[in-house]
Design a protein around this ligand. Structure first.
Ligand code: C5P
Length: 220
């Protein structure tokens, strides 16, 4: 059996990470969270005093940090220059700055290259989640899923994760990030023509996982 490559894209709060990890674990595949990589490079830019509003400075620094992702779905890890950044990349500061950093073509080129080499090395196959995996990073993926959900459902899920966060401000921040990710010139958030769209608004997480597992099994 050849390695199966699954691309899962969509905006924030659609259940991409939970679904991707569970599907990879159930099927014995590797897992890659590409959002974590963009968060990690953003964390490094902030830590090194790079001006987030200066695309030329971001472009010049894009090659500097060494970002390493662990691909075990039961225990995903991410380090920058050997430092574990799994916690720091989830702060509100990084979340509010990641769209500006990920819009820079040199940053995308660097991270895309990393992603392709990780996917090529996954002998048993891999589930890769992100925004442009089906369109740009792995256009030949065996299966492409595009997850959607209503803004209300997405905001409610996110504020549940960020214990105690207010649903209204979570919704505003999330819609602002989606708008930035969808409107950038370099490889925007978009559904590939050959992606299967799954609207998760009315589905439970186990239902979404089952749906994707079934689609992967049909491809194997
Ligand atoms: O998925 P997550 O919310 O962690 O992604 C953080 C950010 O990383 C996104 O808002 C987007 O700006 C960027 N991203 C991207 N391309 C990807 C994955 C994430 O531009 N493939």
């Amino acid at each position: 059996r050849a390695a199966v490559i699954v691309a899962i894209d969509g905006p924030s709060g659609t259940g991409k990470s939970s679904t991707s990890k569970a599907v990879a674990a159930q099927l014995g595949l590797s897992y890659l969270d590409t959002g974590a990589q963009y968060r990690a490079i953003t964390w490094w830019m902030v830590a090194n005093g790079i001006d987030i509003d200066d695309p030329a400075a971001l472009a010049a620094a894009a090659g500097k940090p060494d970002i390493v992702s662990g691909t075990d779905p039961a225990h995903p890890t991410i380090t920058v220059d050997g430092t574990d950044v799994a916690g720091p990349i989830r702060t509100q500061e990084v979340t509010s700055k990641v769209s500006a950093v990920s819009a820079v073509p040199e940053v995308r080129a660097r991270i895309t290259e990393l992603q392709r080499s990780i996917a090529a090395g996954a002998e048993r196959g891999i589930v890769v989640e992100g925004r442009d995996i089906g369109t740009t990073v792995l256009p030949d993926a065996d299966l492409k899923i595009f997850l959607t959900a209503s803004p209300e459902a997405r905001a409610a899920r996110r504020s549940g994760e960020l214990k105690g966060a207010d649903v209204h401000s979570t919704r505003e921040a999330l819609l602002k990030r989606d708008a930035a990710d969808s409107s950038r010139k370099a490889s925007p958030l978009a559904k590939a023509d050959d992606a299967v769209e799954v609207d998760t608004t009315e589905l439970t997480l186990p239902q979404v996982i089952e749906c994707v597992v079934t689609l992967v099994e049909e491809k194997r």
